[in-house]
Design a protein around this ligand. Structure first.
Ligand code: ADP
Ligand code: MG
Length: 323
């Protein structure tokens, strides 16, 4: 079992940023409105994720750290209509198998919470523990027992910036959640959780950007697209400011990136990449999210329909005479 978890960890847990992503997604699934992330030394010393979500009872917490323990899928049919971000039930078990792992959690109904300690996949303790409602997960010394993987980690700076990138993207996909990221005791990200996409963009990229972005609002053939695209005054040399969210999931997708590029450069033949945030909502039947272990890619039933929608959404936003 420990070995299986360590192998599975290779798929789910590529690096500290993938741990942060899985844990934040769990917090989102738990209904959190506030999520705090603290990391040290690029995440390799420690990562601590604290949420004010629904928490777990002792029984739930004991189950949660077992492989294939998910509270989110009740039947095979559910697999085809997935509303929550997690559904495989492997993240916690995998992460706990390659770290010193501490889970502290409490539901509002309980007076006392629960703390579970796991070391390299070995369950070491479960004790009653006084804590605020919600869940805190601490992951220390990631890959301490898989030295080959630990050696593969990039510099602290690189790993930290990957974490900052994913936290920013998750904040953009959840403007109603207040995020705070602290890197080695320095606040790197803080978003208001007001629900406004523009406010969240401004909090992440600087308040000046507010004047340099157009809203996107597009609808056709059951595809809904919301978001922002920047004016040519706000271009980057990389895609660092481009975030694509499909049915609440941050993904990467070549077709969508191509549609963005084509639309933007059809109107504005300047070089560089605009700030783009797309919240795309499509019927579950039009997209398969179950194609990638880290769930970072999806497969559309028809790429052309998506391409067309994104292309027109961007063009409309740039062309809107109201600007
Ligand atoms: P999955 O998200 O695929 O269900 P995980 O291993 O990520 O699998 O989590 C296992 C289970 O632990 C979840 O289904 C959920 O019931 C519980 N859980 C994990 N994180 C949290 C959290 N932050 N708050 C409440 N419950 C959680
Ligand atoms: Mg999960």
């Amino acid at each position: 079992e420990t070995t299986i978890n360590k192998i599975a960890a290779g798929e789910v847990v590529e690096r500290p940023a993938s741990v942060v992503k899985e844990l934040i997604e769990n917090s989102i699934d738990a209904g959190a409105t506030s999520i705090e992330i603290e990391i040290g030394e690029g995440g390799s010393a420690y990562m601590r994720i604290t949420d004010n979500g629904k928490g777990m009872t002792e029984e739930d917490a004991r189950l949660a750290v077992l492989r294939h323990a998910t509270s989110k899928i009740q039947s095979v049919e559910d697999l085809f209509d997935i509303a929550s971000l997690g559904f495989r039930g492997e993240a916690l078990a995998s992460i706990a198998s390659v770290s010193h792992f501490v889970l502290t959690t409490r539901t509002v109904e309980q007076d006392l919470g629960t703390r579970i300690l796991i070391d390299g996949g070995t369950f070491t303790d479960c004790i009653p523990y006084g804590s605020a409602p919600g869940t805190t997960i601490e992951v220390k010394e990631l890959f301490f027992n898989t030295p080959a993987r630990r050696k593969f980690l990039k510099t602290e700076r690189t790993e930290s910036s990957k974490i900052q990138d994913i936290v920013g993207k998750l904040a953009l996909s959840n403007p109603h959640i207040a995020f705070k990221l602290t890197i080695d005791d320095r606040v790197a990200i803080i978003t208001p959780g007001s629900g406004s996409i523009q406010d969240t963009v401004a909090a992440l990229y600087g308040y000046k950007t507010k004047n340099d972005i157009f809203p996107i609002a597009y609808e056709s053939e059951h595809i809904y697209i919301e978001g922002v695209v920047s004016k040519p005054t706000l271009l980057k040399s990389t895609r660092i400011w481009q975030t694509i969210i499909v049915n609440n999931r941050v993904i990467s997708d070549k077709t969508i990136l191509k549609a963005i590029d084509n639309a933007y450069h059809a109107l504005l033949p300047k070089s560089g990449y605009p700030l783009v945030l797309l919240h795309i909502t499509v019927p579950a039947s039009m997209v398969d999210i179950n194609v990638h272990p880290r769930k970072s890619e999806v497969k559309f039933e028809d790429d052309k329909i998506i391409f067309k929608a994104v292309y027109h959404a961007i063009l409309n936003a740039l062309n809107n005479p109201l600007h």
